[in-house]
Design a protein around this ligand. Structure first.
Ligand code: SAM
Ligand code: SF4
Ligand code: SF4
Length: 385
């Protein structure tokens, strides 16, 4: 750092999207981390999602359609990826700013070589109050049977497994690589045996594709201690051909379940929680804790932007403030440059402080167009879910 220069200005540019400057950061007066960072809408930064690879062994049509994500797709070269040390350094600054939860994602995070080393490094981080972070990971489950015990030993607290149905033919068609459902179920069992819990299972519901799997999935996971969550199919990225007609609103999911498995609404466990919780009812209309609960994530029909406390770090170190953003802020150049931790913390503070995103609230309106002349939105497999 050139300490003698009066003011140091570093442009933050999403080079991948060839975006214009997303702003310029001035390091003249540093903004220190205080454990509480709020954006322009008063939303605190609490949750960091880190994508560790943009590659995946599945080709779910709603995320990485096969005709787009071919072998010729320009995946990131290894040199572009943040190293584990770079990720941990950035995550440490987020923790200083009040992040309490880190989720590793991708692409398929278990494809990243030696991911357990990164988990161990992140597990050693602390909040300003001295607590360890809530460390979790979202996976398609394909490699879980092999890796569950090592993930637990490295310090992973919790796990989310994506599974879109129990019918083998439906699941094979949705992952589009003919991957069998039983291998994912075996992975979930291995994770339970390793003591990774509580486990959540995410099911993206596409009308006419897997909505007939809602009840079989609920019956299967009821009473297992696993929380099944139904996710509305979202218009993320620019390649999945999303249509509103394909979205099955969560209200319809709940109505369908209620016909056979009575549910009662539960309080949110934490502020900013994405899922609305529903508990299986007992005979007296109370919550049957043994039967457990389900969740619905209604990103399309019931936006939760007003509580959104999440930032997303891409595989190559671009910081995104919204799942639907078209440009990020380049933190990799800061960690690969001469910037100090204080400067990195200050940059994060400036970026979050300027945040005003609320795409899901604006969806469908003129104002929802991505900033910067309708640039292409970032893909889910690049930024993580
Ligand atoms: N590969 C891992 C997996 O599938 O769990 C982690 C990355 S994946 C992008 C994270 C989550 O995003 C998954 O639960 C997936 O189902 C969800 N997802 C991907 N595309 C989606 C879409 N268009 N709408 C809703 N959820 C989506
Ligand atoms: Fe891969 Fe997950 Fe996307 Fe499916 S949802 S293609 S498993 S990254
Ligand atoms: Fe957060 Fe953006 Fe999703 Fe709204 S649309 S909840 S701001 S990620």
């Amino acid at each position: 750092m050139a300490e003698n220069s009066p003011q140091r200005v570093i442009p933050l540019i999403d080079q991948r999207a060839r975006a214009p400057s997303a702003g310029a950061l001035t390091f003249g007066a540093l903004t220190p981390a205080t454990g509480l960072l709020t954006d322009r809408r008063g939303r605190a930064l609490r949750d960091l999602r880190i994508s560790v690879t943009d590659r995946c062994n599945f080709r779910c049509s709603y995320c990485m359609p096969k005709d787009v994500f071919t072998k010729d797709y320009p995946y990131l070269p290894h040199s572009a990826l943040l190293t584990f040390e770079e990720i941990t350094r950035i995550a440490g600054q987020f923790a200083a700013h009040g992040v309490q939860k880190i989720r590793l994602t991708g692409g398929e995070p278990l494809l990243r070589k030696n991911i357990e080393i990164l988990i161990a490094q992140l597990a050693a981080l602390h909040t300003p109050e001295g607590r360890t972070l809530d460390l979790t990971l979202t996976t398609n489950g394909s490699l879980l049977k092999r890796k569950a015990a090592a993930l637990k030993a490295a310090g992973l607290n919790r796990l989310t497994v994506s599974l879109d149905g129990l019918d083998d033919a439906v699941f094979r068609a949705m992952n589009d690589v003919n991957f069998p459902v039983q291998d994912v179920l075996d992975g979930i069992a291995a994770a339970q045996a390793a003591g990774l819990g509580p486990i959540k299972v995410n099911m993206v519901v596409k009308r006419g594709t897997n909505d007939h799997q809602i009840l079989p999935m609920a019956r299967h996971f009821r009473g297992t201690g696993i929380v099944l969550r139904f996710i509305e199919y979202m218009d993320v990225g620019a390649t999945n051909g999303w249509r509103m007609n394909d979205v099955l609103p969560s209200a319809e999911v709940i109505a369908l379940l209620q016909q056979e498995l009575p549910l009662i609404p539960l309080e949110a466990a934490q502020p900013g929680e994405t899922a609305q919780r529903w508990g299986y009812a007992d005979g007296r209309g109370g919550h049957d804790a043994v039967a457990g609960e389900i969740g619905v994530i209604s990103s399309v029909t019931q936006a939760f932007c007003s509580d959104c406390n999440r930032a997303r770090l891409s595989t190559e170190g671009q910081l995104y403030l919204c799942l639907f953003a078209s440009q990020g802020h380049n933190l990799r150049d800061l960690v690969r440059g001469e910037q100090s931790d204080a400067e990195l913390a200050s940059a994060i503070a400036h970026i979050w402080g300027e945040r005003s995103d609320r795409y899901s609230e604006l969806r469908g309106s003129e104002a929802a167009a991505p900033p910067g002349d309708g640039k292409r939105r970032v893909e889910m497999s690049y930024i993580g879910g």
